[in-house]
Design a binder for this molecule. Structure first.
Ligand SMILES: Nc1ncnc2c1ncn2[C@@H]1O[C@H](COP(=O)(O)OP(=O)(O)O)[C@@H](O)[C@H]1O
Ligand SMILES: [Mg+2]
Length: 377
C-alpha cells in the first residue's frame, strides 16, 4: 500500500489542481477518470454523472479510442450494471460482469467484451452524484481490495472536485449575467420612460380629439417625436447588446461602426478622430469600447449638444480615449448624477479594472469631456 500511496496522492492532487486552474467540469472529470484507470491498471475506465432522469448527464471514458467511443453510439442509459452503481452506496466488484444479476446477456454492437469489474459510487451525502467504472484488470483476473480502497479514496476527492468545478462554472456564468442585467437596466430606463410618455400623449390626444382638435394635434405631434426617440434609443441599445466584432475590426473599426450608426440615427454632428496605430488587445478593447459607448450615449441623451467628438490615440504604450461634447454640462460628483443609474460608475470601474484613469471634466453651459488614459504593463 505504502509504495502505491504516492501515485494516489498525485492523482488526487492533480484533480484538485485542475479545479484550481479553473478547468472546465469536463476537463476535471477527464483527469479523474484517466487517473483512476492508471491507478489500478485497468484497460478501461469510465466516469458517469446521472442526469436524474434515467440517463447520464456526463459520461467520460478512458482507454477507449475516439473511434471506438463514436461507434458505440449515444450516451449509455443507466441500465444494467451502470445503473446498479447509482442505486447503492458501496463499491461492487466481480471477476465476471456477465454474472451480475442486472447484466442483460449482451453488449451493444461494437462494445468490447468485458469481464473483471470494479464499480465505486461517488457520494455527496446523501446523494450519489456519480460512479467510477473500471473493467478488465490488466495483470490479474480480478480487481483487489487495495484497488477498491484506492478508487474509494479518489471518489471522495472527486465529489469535492466535481462540486467545486460546478461552482467555478456558475461563477463564470454569473458575471455574464451581471453584464446583461446592466444592459437590461439601461434598456428599461431609457425606453420604458419614453414609452410611458408615449402612452400618456396618446391618451391625452384621444380625450382632446372632439373637444379641442387643435390641442389633440399637438399631442399627436409629441407622440411622433417620442416614438422616434424611443426607436433610436432602442436601436442603439440593441446594437450594444450585439457582440462587437472586435477581433475582425479592431478597436478603431468597431468604434467607427458604432459612431456611424449613431450618426445615422440622430441629427448630431458626430466626429471620430483616430491617431496612431492601436495595438490589438481583446480584453482591453472590449472594455474601452464599452466606455466609449456609454460616454457617447450620455452625450447624445443628456447634453443637448450640437457637436460630439470622439478621439482615440495611441502612442508608445499609451492609449487615450476622449469623448467631448459642447452641451449643457453637469456636476459629475453631484448626488443626482449618481442616482440609481450606473453609467458613470461603470465607466470608472472599467477604467480601474484596466489599471487606467478616467476623468470627467464638465462645466455648466460649456460641455463635457470624458477622458480615459491607459498605460501598458
Ligand atoms: N455628457 C453629459 N452631459 C450632461 N449631463 C450628463 C452627461 N453625462 C452624464 N450626465 C448626467 O449624469 C447623469 C448620470 O449619468 P449615467 O450614470 O450615465 O446615467 P444615465 O445615463 O442612465 O442617466 C445623467 O442622468 C445626466 O444627468
Ligand atoms: Mg448613461
Amino acid at each position: 500500500m505504502v509504495e502505491r500511496l504516492s501515485p494516489t496522492l498525485k492523482a488526487v492532487s492533480d484533480a484538485v489542481l485542475a479545479v484550481a486552474a479553473g478547468l472546465s467540469v469536463d476537463e476535471v472529470l477527464q483527469r479523474l477518470v484517466d487517473s483512476a484507470r492508471e491507478l489500478v491498471g485497468a484497460r478501461y475506465a469510465a466516469l458517469g454523472l446521472p442526469d436524474g432522469e434515467g440517463g447520464f448527464r456526463r459520461f467520460l471514458t478512458s482507454g477507449m479510442s475516439e473511434r471506438l467511443v463514436a461507434s458505440l453510439g449515444p450516451l449509455p442509459r443507466q441500465h444494467g450494471i451502470l445503473g446498479a452503481m447509482l442505486d447503492v452506496r458501496s463499491p461492487y466488484r466481480t471477476q465476471d460482469i456477465h454474472e451480475h444479476p442486472r447484466f442483460r446477456g449482451w453488449w451493444p454492437a461494437a462494445h468490447p467484451d468485458m469481464h473483471s469489474f470494479l464499480g465505486v459510487p461517488i457520494l455527496e451525502p446523501p446523494a450519489v452524484i456519480g460512479a467510477f467504472y473500471l473493467t478488465e484488470k490488466l495483470d490479474a483476473t480480478d480487481f483487489s481490495d487495495e484497488d477498491e480502497e484506492l478508487i474509494g479514496l479518489l471518489a471522495a476527492h472527486a465529489a469535492i472536485a466535481i462540486a467545486n468545478a460546478r461552482l467555478h462554472e456558475q461563477t463564470r456564468e454569473l458575471s455574464i449575467v451581471a453584464e446583461r442585467n446592466r444592459l437590461a437596466l439601461d434598456l428599461h430606463d431609457a425606453v420604458s420612460q419614453k414609452l410611458f410618455g408615449l402612452v400618456l400623449s396618446a391618451e391625452a390626444a384621444a380625450t382632446l380629439l372632439e373637444r379641442d382638435p387643435e390641442a389633440a394635434r399637438g399631442q399627436v405631434t409629441k407622440l411622433q417625436t417620442l416614438a422616434q426617440e424611443a426607436l433610436e434609443e432602442l436601436r442603439s441599445l440593441v446594437f450594444e447588446l450585439r457582440p462587437p466584432e472586435l477581433e475582425r475590426d479592431g478597436l478603431p473599426g468597431a468604434l467607427r461602426k458604432h459612431v456611424e450608426l449613431l450618426r445615422r440615427l440622430g441629427q448630431h454632428e458626430l466626429e471620430l478622430v483616430v491617431d496612431g496605430e492601436v495595438p490589438v488587445d481583446g480584453t482591453r478593447d472590449r472594455e474601452v469600447l464599452r466606455i466609449a459607448q456609454e460616454a457617447l450615449q450620455n452625450a447624445l441623451k443628456h447634453a443637448r449638444a450640437s457637436r460630439v467628438t470622439v478621439r482615440l490615440g495611441a502612442e508608445e504604450g499609451r492609449l487615450l480615449l476622449e469623448v467631448e461634447d459642447n452641451g449643457v454640462g453637469f456636476d459629475p460628483d453631484a448626488q443626482e448624477a449618481r442616482g440609481r443609474s450606473l453609467g458613470l460608475t461603470s465607466m470608472e470601474e472599467r477604467a480601474r479594472r484596466l489599471g487606467g484613469t478616467l476623468a470627467i471634466v464638465s462645466t455648466s453651459g460649456a460641455g463635457t469631456t470624458v477622458r480615459l488614459e491607459l498605460h501598458d504593463g
